[in-house]
Every structure is written in structure tokens, then in C-alpha cells.
Design a protein around this ligand. Structure first.
Ligand code: ADP
Ligand code: MG
Length: 346
């Protein structure tokens, strides 16, 4: 252990700092391992095909609150977030394992509902449940899912492949899951103060669903393939746009310029932001859990990408890695900083 780290707390270091610190002394010798730590999934070669592996741990009270999260939705979401990482590599998900730690407060029926959601996601995205582990927990529910996917070597898209002047594109709309969470949290407080009051969520169904039941963007991967357009780099938006674009910049050794005017935001997200007196760009830039795809394409593919439904061009990759700018609708350009979701810094 490094002497200077003795007094450092985990929250000071942050999630990514901690991962870097813990893994820096592991060297990779296997020639078949094309990517280890540092992308949405690890990649290793087996014959003509590559296998990809990704894993996510969801913890009660940190990643989900069972007061407003139906277990069936939670099961679906647990699978969805893993598949999203595989789509972000341009891979096809094939198998999952599910490991659970369950406290005695849960009934058999509750865990069956969780599995109902897992099953629906497996059927919808054509993946097979191939194993897992089940154990008890002293407090709450822990769900760890590992997903395994496949892709041809030359079809895999990494975070590191962006080139200067590439267009930065995003699927769907951003900030909805974050505003959905704000609404659910507010209604939880109201409900806890008076259980006779029913939550008032009418008119906000879209953003609530985006929080509780995100959809991994297999459809976008399919459309890109049909258009013959392979992104140069890609990542899924789990921690917020600003955090993810900075990953693409760092891994591709480039900068970027992103325009607020071009960032797609749903009307319900705007309405909720107004209700909470929040600048909508806070939600679209830093709100996590949208599970949309953020990717880059060469500038000369502008015509092709513009025709793909539900994809927006939000900026471009700058050749200077020190220039990472956000251009607001009104006002001066701002330096992009990662203020997204960070489980270790809460
Ligand atoms: P994502 O947001 O796409 O799920 P993460 O930010 O969780 O990815 O992880 C970034 C990278 O660090 C991934 O390659 C992941 O496998 C790796 N990683 C995360 N936690 C650990 C850990 N405790 N030990 C080793 N590698 C880790
Ligand atoms: Mg990811």
C-alpha cells in the first residue's frame, strides 16, 4: 500500500479513482484479451468470434429504493443496464448470470416478481439465464448480473476510437430518468409524511418509466447496422452525458464541443425541471440512468446519421484534448466537467 493513501477516504478518491488505484498493478499477459478494464465490457478472442463480459451490482438504498420501485421493474432494469453495456460495444448479448443476496424481510413472492422482470427482459432481448448464486444478506437486497455477449472482432466499438472532427451523436433524449427520480423522491417524502396521500404522477408517466424501466438501445444498434454506419467510438449513458463524453475524450485522446441547443430533451423532462426550478441542462448533462447510446461517426457520414430515427448530432470531437466545451443556449461557453452520478461520492 502506498503511504500517501493511508489517510485518503474512498469518497475523496471517487469511484473511478478507486478503480484505477485498485487495479493499476494487474498486468495483462493473455494475447487473446483485447480489452480488460476500462470500457463498457471486457473483450477476449475465441476463434473467429469475440466474447464480451460486463457486470453490474445494484444495491438497495444506493441504486434503488423499494418504496417506489416495483420488484418486477427492478428485475427488468437489472438486466437492461447490463445489456446496455454490451450494445455500447456493438455486441449481441447472449447469456446472463444473476446473483442475489436477500434479507429475511423479503417474501418468496417478492423475489418471484423480481425474477418475472428478469425473465421478461431475457425474452425481449433474446438472452438466456445460465446461472448465478443466491445467498442471504443482513440488510436489504443486492443484485449482481453478469452479461456475456458476442461480436466479430472488427465490429466491436471501443471508447477509444474517436477521430478529430467526428460528429458526437446521442440516441433518444436525456435527463428524463433523473427528473423521474426527483419526482419519485418527492412523492416518497409526501407519502412518508401522510400515508393517506396518493402520489400525484399524472402527466409524468414517461419520465417515471424512464427511471423505473429503462430500455437498452438494441434498436439503435440495428438501425446503425442497416445504414452501414459503424460508430468510431461508443459508450452508454449510465452516469450522465458530461461524464460519458469525457470518457470518450480521455480514451480517444481528444477534446469535444457540445451544443445545448442540439441535446434532445423530452417535454416532460422540461416540465418537471421547471416545476423543480432546475436548469434543464443540469438534468440532460449530469442526470444519469438514461441508458442512451453516445457515439461518434466520421464527419463525412453526416447525411447518413441525420436520416437515422431517434439519433441527434450534439457536437463534435475537438483535435485539442484540452478543449472540452459545453455551449449553452444563452451565455458563454463552459468547461465540461463530470458531475454525473458517482456512487462513491454521495
Ligand atoms: P459502466 O459504467 O460502463 O458499467 P464502470 O464505470 O462501472 O463501467 O467501470 C469502469 C471499468 O472498471 C469497467 O471496465 C469495469 O469492469 C471496471 N471495474 C469496475 N469496478 C472494478 C473492480 N472493483 N475491480 C476491477 N475492475 C473494476
Ligand atoms: Mg457503460
Amino acid at each position: 500500500m502506498n503511504e500517501k493513501n493511508k489517510a485518503l477516504t474512498i469518497s475523496e478518491l471517487g469511484e473511478f479513482g478507486l478503480i484505477d488505484l485498485l487495479t493499476k498493478d494487474f498486468s495483462i499477459t493473455d494475447k487473446k484479451l483485447l480489452k480488460g478494464i476500462g470500457d463498457d465490457a471486457a473483450v477476449f478472442e475465441t476463434g473467429d468470434i469475440c466474447n464480451l463480459v460486463t457486470t453490474d451490482l445494484l444495491v438497495e438504498g444506493i441504486h434503488f429504493n423499494l418504496i417506489y420501485t416495483p420488484l418486477k421493474h427492478l428485475g427488468y432494469k437489472s438486466v437492461a443496464v447490463n445489456l446496455s453495456d454490451l450494445y455500447a460495444m456493438n455486441a449481441v448479448p447472449k447469456y446472463i448470470t444473476v446473483s442475489l443476496a436477500v434479507s429475511s424481510k423479503f417474501s418468496v413472492n417478492a423475489i418471484e416478481q423480481l425474477y418475472e422482470g428478469i425473465r421478461i427482459a431475457c425474452e425481449r432481448f433474446d438472452v438466456e439465464l445460465i446461472g448465478g448464486d443466491t445467498t442471504s444478506s443482513l440488510s436489504g437486497l443486492f443484485i449482481n448480473i453478469t452479461a456475456i455477449g458476442q461480436a466479430k472482432k472488427d465490429e466491436i466499438v471501443y471508447r477509444s476510437g474517436a477521430k478529430k472532427n467526428d460528429l458526437v451523436c446521442v440516441s433518444g433524449d436525456l435527463g428524463a430518468a433523473y427528473m423521474g427520480l426527483q419526482l419519485l423522491e418527492r412523492e416518497k417524502e409526501v407519502f412518508l409524511s401522510d400515508t393517506a396521500i396518493q402520489p400525484e404522477l399524472t402527466g409524468y408517466e414517461y419520465i417515471i418509466e424512464r427511471q423505473l424501466k429503462p430500455e437498452p438501445r438494441r434498436d439503435i444498434i440495428k438501425r446503425l447496422k442497416e445504414a452501414g454506419l459503424q460508430p468510431t467510438s461508443m459508450i452508454d449513458i449510465s452516469d450522465g452525458l458530461s461524464s460519458e463524453i469525457l470518457h470518450l475524450c480521455k480514451n480517444s485522446n481528444l477534446g469535444c464541443k457540445i451544443y445545448e441547443d442540439n441535446i434532445p430533451v423530452h417535454p416532460q423532462t422540461l416540465a418537471a425541471a421547471e416545476m423543480f426550478r432546475l436548469e434543464p441542462s443540469i438534468a440532460s448533462l449530469n442526470g444519469g440512468e438514461d441508458y442512451e447510446l453516445l457515439f461518434t461517426v466520421p464527419l463525412d457520414k453526416k447525411d447518413v446519421v441525420e436520416k437515422i430515427a431517434d439519433v441527434s448530432i450534439i457536437g463534435y470531437m475537438h483535435e485539442d484534448k484540452n478543449i472540452k466545451l459545453f455551449v449553452p443556449r444563452n451565455g458563454a461557453e463552459l468547461e465540461l466537467t463530470a458531475q454525473g452520478w458517482n456512487a462513491m461520492k454521495r
